[in-house]
Design a protein around this ligand. Structure first.
Ligand code: 8X3
Length: 248
């Protein structure tokens, strides 16, 4: 199996790379931080074959070039994990920064589309493949001060459904996974390096870990041929909805 993972240098993407290495999948790990890609290559390279690609999912030419120029023996991608994505800023919409909006719409929506566009035609040709999109509980419910992030994830939900409808006839499965509160660099990025504010998000309860989501991804991609795991919402044990968390 060959799996391509975006956002592989941290959080859910990285945990998925580790889980897939345990399954002996060959890995194409994509990110923008070269030193982290090198570190992953070294760390997981002892376990399985790895290629790293450094590109920005938001730039079609970079995405297209990186995937088109993969060595021949890496071109037949079986599994695509669209894990790259982030929140930038959290404020009432009237105070939102258009640069933050661009990052979220371009990264979470356009980026996912671009990488998928570079991979799907090969899957269609081979009549096999599995795409896993990492959405969010924020794609299912809009919360205060999160309009644009929530909109970007609602778009991921719609794209997952659309992909499933269009790709089913080509033997390609599509899984949408909507995590709740996972402790990663997510909140540090959202709050622009304010780690105190970020750590408050996960205070007083046990958040999900990236490994919890990687477990779900493994479950989805290893399901038998007669099973499609279409949609999973995964909340923390103390979480009932995006912003309803029982803290002690
Ligand atoms: C991350 C989950 O609820 O913080 O996508 O938006 S949430």
């Amino acid at each position: 199996m060959i799996a391509l993972i975006t956002g592989a240098t941290s959080g859910i993407g990285r945990a998925t790379a580790e889980a897939f290495a345990d399954l002996d999948y060959r890995l194409i790990l994509c990110g923008r931080r070269q030193e982290r890609l090198d570190e992953l290559q070294e760390y997981l390279g002892a376990q399985t074959a790895i290629v790293t690609l450094n590109f920005d999912v938001r730039t079609w030419d970079e995405v297209e070039h990186a995937i088109r120029t993969l060595p021949d023996e890496w071109k037949a991608i079986d599994i695509l994990i669209n894990s790259a994505g982030n929140a930038h800023g959290m404020s009432p919409i009237q105070d939102g920064d258009p640069a933050d909006w661009d990052q979220m719409i371009d990264g979470n929506v356009q980026g996912l589309l671009y990488v998928s566009k570079a991979v799907m035609p090969g899957m269609v040709e081979r009549k096999r493949g599995h795409i896993v999109n990492i959405s969010s509980v924020a794609g299912k419910e809009t919360y205060v001060n999160g309009a644009v992030y929530c909109a970007s994830k609602a778009a991921v939900e719609a794209i997952s459904t659309g992909m499933r409808l269009d790709l089913i006839q080509h033997g390609i499965k599509v899984t949408n996974i909507a995590p709740g509160a996972v402790e990663t660099e997510f909140s540090v990025v959202r709050f622009k390096g304010d780690s105190e504010r970020a750590s408050k998000v996960y205070e007083g309860f046990a958040p999900l870990t990236p490994d919890d989501i990687a477990d779900a991804i493994v479950y989805a991609v290893t399901a038998p041929a007669n099973v499609t795991i279409a949609d999973m919402t995964i909340l923390a044990g103390a979480q009932a909805a995006a912003t309803t968390i029982y803290r002690k």
